[in-house]
Design a protein around this ligand. Structure first.
Ligand code: GDP
Length: 445
């Protein structure tokens, strides 16, 4: 997501940064490139126009053209305009303010990921906010829909409304709310029938369910991969039934990002959450400022730290951190670290969250990063003796040959791994000196 846009916007800003002074003509030229980049990313035309105007106005001001580093000043203006387009600073949290149970109504087209997202939200609310969540499928159109949600509920470890054959959606909704009240649930998630396309009869059904249950949230689920269609769908849904927030799924795919950038301006509805995979924990809050940072290659350290806190094995993390501090980090620890990183999901995705790493990612290619390099490293290390893993310095020419033969790699590969491990140790010493806070400040400035 955003890869191409990110590359091009960073290119424009880097180009401006290289000049000592900027003229209006330089800015005009840069804005032409920004405009094309955004159109290619499938951003809606009115949003592109507004964006470019905002940046141009900001950039031709005297403070920018006369500043010592105009490139950086423009970067800040582009960053602010991106944040604006994405919906303004800060995530918009789910609203659960209601006398329990708080009803959340899920709507969207078929295949957008609505049912999966219902399960993801249930898991998130029950584990992070310790809410007692009831999932109910009102989808009587698709025969297996209710069963699908029941299975998702089991996987998420939450309750689902028992299936009663032959009930109409409104009856199921009433039963869900009743069960929710009687059995002390905090939240009831109502998953409505999906639509193949906008369908007036089904819209009417959503309106009736809304009227009967007064949901605190009506969340529209859209697929980022459908680009402008996602935005148009959202516009129509919002006008027809009113939505309080959008969940954009398939952010893990190679969508160009236009939908995320156009959604707020075109529909007025904030993106509240995003889905980034099929697994139930692949759901993130949408922080416009962090997404803007990722688009501009500034990284998303805050997001990375959060992700790490959520997924990593804390004891193992602490053990590794202590060894790093003591300068005793060895190759066994490195393998353990690779395993931990893998748990956080796609390695290329993680690299995208690190400042300046976006470019490296492009250079190496996603596939190589995720599979080849780490697999090779694991194979090489597993061909070493215990002593070699503890003290890599003892690995000289003949040992290298043996290790390469044992792991089906070359001496060059072994050398590369050792060099990288060496670089890593040097880096860790630097981080130790700087402290984590210093590192974060470095990344965010
Ligand atoms: P519904 O018809 O809208 O209820 O869609 P489903 O929830 O059944 O999802 C359709 C397919 O999309 C399923 O195979 C899901 O696993 C998949 N899916 C849902 N959300 C995501 C996501 O964020 N990323 C990816 N890659 N797949 C997703």
């Amino acid at each position: 997501m955003f890869e191409s846009l990110s590359g091009r916007l960073s290119g424009v800003i880097d180009g401006l940064g290289k000049r000592g002074a900027l003229s209006e003509a330089d800015v005009a030229e840069a804005m032409r490139e920004v405009r094309l980049a955004m159109l290619d990313a499938d951003v809606a035309l009115p949003v592109v126009k507004d964006f470019v105007n905002k940046v141009r106005e900001g950039a031709v001001g005297h403070e920018v053209l006369d500043s010592i580093s105009p490139g950086q000043a423009v970067a800040k203006i582009v960053n602010d305009a991106l944040i604006d387009a994405l919906g303004g600073a800060g995530a918009v949290p789910l609203n659960l303010n209601a006398v329990p149970p708080a009803p959340i109504l899920m709507v969207g087209l078929q295949g957008s990921g609505k049912t999966t997202t219902s399960g993801k939200i249930a898991l998130r609310l029950s584990t992070r906010e310790k809410k007692k969540v009831l999932l109910a499928s009102l989808d009587t159109q698709r025969p297996a829909a209710q069963l699908q949600l029941q299975q998702l509920a089991e996987r998420a470890g939450v309750m689902s409304l028992p299936i009663v054959a032959g009930q109409a959606p409104l009856e199921i909704a009433a039963r869900a709310m009743d069960t929710g009240r009687r059995e002390g649930f905090d939240v009831v998630i109502l998953d409505t029938a999906g639509r193949l396309s906008i369908d007036e009869a089904l819209m009417e059904e959503v309106r009736q369910i809304r009227a009967a249950t007064s949901p605190v949230e009506t969340l529209l689920v859209v697929d980022a991969m459908t680009g402008q269609d996602a935005v148009n769908t959202a516009k129509i849904f919002n006008e027809a039934v009113g939505v309080t927030g959008v969940v954009m799924t398939r952010m893990d795919g190679d969508a160009r990002g236009g939908a995320a950038l156009s959604m707020r301006a075109i529909t007025g509805a904030p993106i509240k959450l995003t889905g980034s995979g099929e697994k139930l924990d692949a759901l993130e809050e949408f922080h416009p400022e962090r997404v803007a940072g990722r688009i501009l290659g500034l990284g998303d350290i805050a997001g990375l730290v959060e992700k790490a806190a959520d997924t990593l094995d804390h004891e193992e993390g602490e053990r590794l951190a202590k060894k790093m501090m003591a300068g005793k980090f060895d190759l066994d620890d490195y393998v353990s670290q690779i395993k931990q990183i893998k748990k956080m999901g796609s390695i290329s995705g993680i690299l995208g969250m690190l400042p300046g790493m976006g470019k490296l990612k492009d250079a190496i290619g996603d596939k190589d990063l995720d599979t080849t390099i780490f697999k090779r490293h694991e194979a090489i290390i597993s061909s070493m003796t215990k002593a070699e893993r503890k003290t890599p310095d003892i690995i000289k020419a003949s040992r290298k040959k043996r290790i390469a033969a044992g792991s089906g790699t070359t001496v060059q590969d072994v050398n590369k791994l050792l060099k990288q491990f060496d670089d890593m140790s040097t880096m860790m010493k630097r981080i130790n000196k700087l402290g984590m806070k210093g590192l974060m400040r470095q990344g965010l400035s």
